[in-house]
Design a protein around this ligand. Structure first.
Ligand code: MRU
Length: 313
């Protein structure tokens, strides 16, 4: 059973005693709840690369704590920022958080960024829940829950808010190949808060939509370009195409820290290529970790500021 009270500091926190950044190791979930202590920036960079902490806003929060760690240790802060920024390329929250930290490297500042990110989640979840009609059966991909945001969640936050309002009936959870963020993490979080759900293989989404068993698709985002094109976990784009074909609304729920006005369109978003060994160690493999959903396929982008149709942000 997932934990009912997963507080933001259970997911990622800074401890002066050490000093260290402490993470709930998401690679071990749902089987084991184990903390990982990062006492150097290199250890934290490895933890981010290996997805011990993952999800765009949570990576940003971890990086903010990483800069506080570098400063507390007396490390070269510029080198630390460069290493953290290079750890994963697609989530813009990472560079956003590092930039936010530049003028104040204190743990208190990093904690404030963390707290504000969770507050943004709660606000956007309330806006997103307004879009749900009674009895909604939603489908989500990857994990955009508290684990991915440092608390409460973006897309999963929207599902939580809709559930609390009594308008959510059921959630289809894409298992999310190849690292199973859906079947390991989203299902664990939904179970913890008592939301009815079922894990499906990613390729089952189409037939469930055709059968009329899906009312809307709700995902998070790793980077939203200025024209509204949105990068998220590989497989999101195909869901958006399917949603369009079946005339279902496709909602993206993400904080404004995920919006990158410096990137004009999705074509300029860097897409992380991960090791083919995550798919197979025997054969050649290609493993893009994200894809881009064109703005035209997105019904609405929901941030803490409200609901927008993504014509241009
Ligand atoms: O590779 P991951 O697990 O970091 O990918 C995460 C996602 O794609 C999430 O959907 C995205 O970061 C939004 S999290 C609120």
């Amino acid at each position: 059973m997932g934990r009912r009270n997963l507080d933001p500091e259970d997911i990622v926190r800074f401890e002066e005693d050490g000093p260290k950044v402490v993470l709930l190791d998401q690679r071990r979930l749902p089987g084991e709840e184990v903390e990982l202590e990062c006492r150097t920036v290199d250890e934290l960079v490895a933890a981010i690369r290996e997805l011990a902490v993952r999800g765009a806003p949570a990576i940003g929060v971890a990086a903010a704590y990483g800069l506080a760690l570098a400063a507390a240790r007396g490390d070269d802060v510029d080198a630390a920022a460069a290493a953290l920024a290079a750890s994963r390329p697609t989530a813009v929250n990472l560079t956003w958080a590092l930039a936010e930290m530049r003028d104040d490297l204190s743990p208190a500042h990093a904690r404030r960024l963390h707290r504000e990110e969770v507050e943004r989640c709660r606000a956007m979840a309330a806006h997103a829940a307004d879009l749900f009609g009674p009895g909604t059966r939603a489908l989500t991909h990857c994990n955009a829950g508290g684990l991915a945001t440092g608390g409460y969640g973006s897309a999963v936050g929207a599902l939580r808010a809709a559930w609390e309002r009594g308008v959510l009936d059921h959630v289809w959870v894409d298992e999310t190949r190849p690292l199973l963020q859906g079947s390991r993490l989203t299902a664990w979080e939904l179970e913890a808060v008592g939301i009815p759900h079922a894990v499906i293989v990613d390729s089952a989404a189409a037939s469930l939509m055709a059968a009329g068993e899906v009312d809307c698709i709700v995902t998070g985002a790793d980077r939203i370009a200025a024209n509204g094109d949105t990068a998220n976990k590989i497989g999101t784009y195909s869901l958006a195409v399917l949603a369009s074909h079946h005339e279902l609304p496709f909602y993206v729920v993400a904080p404004t820290s995920t919006i990158d006005l410096e990137t004009p369109t999705g074509a300029e978003i860097p897409i992380e290529e991960r090791s083919g060994a995550e798919l197979t160690t025997r054969f050649a493999a290609r493993n893009p970790a994200f894809d881009v959903t064109p703005a035209a396929l997105i019904t609405a982008i929901v941030t803490e500021q409200g609901v927008r149709e993504p014509v241009a942000l």
